[in-house]
Design a protein around this ligand. Sequence first.
Ligand code: 2BA
Length: 108
Amino acid sequence: MKLIVAIVQDQDAPSLIEDLTEKEFRITKLSSTGGFLKAGNTTLLIGIEDEQLDEVIKIIENNCKTREITTSLLTVTMPGDTYIPYPLEVKVGGATLFILEVEKHIRI
Ligand code: 2BA
């Protein structure tokens, strides 16, 4: 058995969850925040059998898009201690996946 930890963009989460639950996969949805952009994203925990891995990755690929966003995250120091926002282009991935081996899964 495997546990997929999938970090996806909030916009992609509803359709992804719908497609996964339709195929009878079980999911836990967590609200998360990216460390770099400090913006909300969605983390899904998906427990699956080994042979289901390719199918789940395909469903994630079909639902999650890479987007380029402009953020004013960085600041530039100006003379006199003035800070001005510095626009930065960031490509946010369709999904970041961590795939872990599960030693034991118990449902009580
Ligand atoms: P964030 O940390 O908010 O990162 C958003 C995007 O900003 C990243 O997209 C990447 O393009 C860029 N970025 C992140 N850290 C950076 C840095 N130190 N310097 C320059 N650019 C940086 P993705 O790589 O697609 O990541 C999307 C979200 O997935 C991340 O949001 C984070 O929540 C999660 N994530 C990605 N890689 C991770 C990892 N190795 N461990 C844990 N979470 C990860």
